[in-house]
Design a protein around this ligand. Structure first.
Ligand SMILES: NC(=O)c1ccc[n+]([C@@H]2O[C@H](COP(=O)([O-])OP(=O)(O)OC[C@H]3O[C@@H](n4cnc5c(N)ncnc54)[C@H](OP(=O)(O)O)[C@@H]3O)[C@@H](O)[C@H]2O)c1
Length: 335
């Protein structure tokens, strides 16, 4: 791998793409050249990187000549179409969509957990689902210490997880309600302002949604734990940025709050924010724009043996997407 790689960001104008550009700059990733790709609608727009205005180009089959690393965040269909082409032309793709996550030939990586899996890539590496990534940042260190059997969890997912249009929808609906106007809906099936919607992604015949099953399926692959089980309810909430997850985990080994806190306080990429007596616990408002996820409300579950409850918040545009992708790119430079 070129030590000053030519990096392409596919979906550069989107909620995740913009954060990828900022993260490359903030982490001083040694970009040799940056190519920004989006739809024909964005041609003519410019985005800033290291003080320089870079023109957006249209994504085409020829976009990847000379590209070393391609960070994809333009949706699953475009990833399926263009990621193999980018890989064929010599780039390593880090893909944010769900298109390749469960493909046995594609590593699915959270660098704090399974960085070594980057080494066996065949041209495409997948970034995990955002809610799964944020949950595993706290769950995996606990698993290493106490062997997790299963979790029960509910998510509280920010609108920016749906993309730039959903951020506009929440803002527009709040303004409409405050102005006494009828509420308009474009992105979600129901009003999201002053509401919560227990429906993220499409429903499966089991009654769970696809999003809910990502925790078990992706969790097994990332933690190398094929017996891991997860029962999850995913909920969209009127929060702009940062997902939260209420987790109850059952472990093989006995677990205490003190032992869990010791493990979590040493975990990479995670801050323990857990002083209920001072009203201190993770809040999405304060987790937004932070690289580290935050865990708190740590307590023994009162309804099961070896059970622990916790609450984790994290910026899903960062740890659930852009930051994790750039961290994978950093791992590529070490190979
Ligand atoms: N948002 C999150 O928190 C999050 C977290 C993890 C993973 N992801 C995944 O990341 C991907 C992008 O999500 P997002 O939230 O950033 O969505 P978004 O805000 O809607 O952005 C979509 C991006 O894709 C581009 N695009 C759309 N159609 C295109 C086309 N035909 N050709 C080239 N580019 C096209 C858009 O460009 P234009 O501006 O030109 O339309 C825009 O840059 C999705 O796969 C999503 O599942 C998102």
């Amino acid at each position: 791998m070129n030590r000053n790689p030519h990096v392409a960001v596919v979906g550069a104008t989107g909620a995740v793409g913009v954060e990828m550009i900022k993260t490359l700059e903030k982490r001083e990733f040694p970009v040799g050249k940056l190519t920004l790709l989006a739809s024909a609608r964005s041609v003519g727009k410019k985005l800033k990187f290291r003080g320089e205005e870079i023109a957006i180009k249209e994504l085409t089959e020829g976009s990847f000549a000379g590209v070393d690393i391609a960070l994809f965040s333009a949706g699953g269909n475009l990833s399926k179409q263009f990621a193999p082409l980018a890989a064929q032309s010599g780039a390593v793709v880090v893909d944010n969509s769900s298109a390749f996550r469960m493909d046995d030939a594609v590593p699915l990586v959270i660098p704090e957990i399974n960085a070594a899996d980057v080494k066996w890539h065949k041209g495409i590496i997948a970034n995990p689902n955002c809610t799964t990534a944020i949950t595993l940042m706290a769950l995996y260190p606990l698993h290493q210490a106490f062997n997790v059997k299963r979790i029960f969890a509910s998510s509280y997912q920010a609108v920016s997880g749906t993309g730039a249009k959903a951020i506009e929808e929440l803002e527009r609906q709040v303004n409409e309600i405050v102005a006494g106007k009828p509420v308009t809906k474009e992105v979600y099936p129901h009003q999201i302002a002053f509401n919560v919607i227990p429906h993220v992604d499409s429903f499966l015949s089991s009654g769970y949604t696809k999003e809910e099953m990502k925790m078990e399926n992706e969790g097994r692959k990332i933690m190398h734990h094929p017996a891991f089980r997860a029962s999850v309810t995913c909920v969209r909430v009127p929060v702009y940025r940062a997902h939260s997850v209420a987790v109850t985990a059952e472990f093989e080994k006995p677990v205490t709050v003190e032992a869990a806190r010791t493990v979590l306080s040493k975990a990479p990429g995670l801050d323990v924010v857990d002083s209920p007596e001072k009203k201190e616990y993770p809040l999405p408002l304060y987790a937004a724009e932070k690289y580290n996820c935050q865990v708190g409300r740590i307590r023994r579950d009162c309804a099961m043996e070896n059970g622990l409850c916790f609450w984790v918040s994290g910026d899903q545009l960062l740890k659930g997407a852009a930051l994790n992708a750039v961290q994978i790119a950093e791992e590529l430079l070490k190979i």
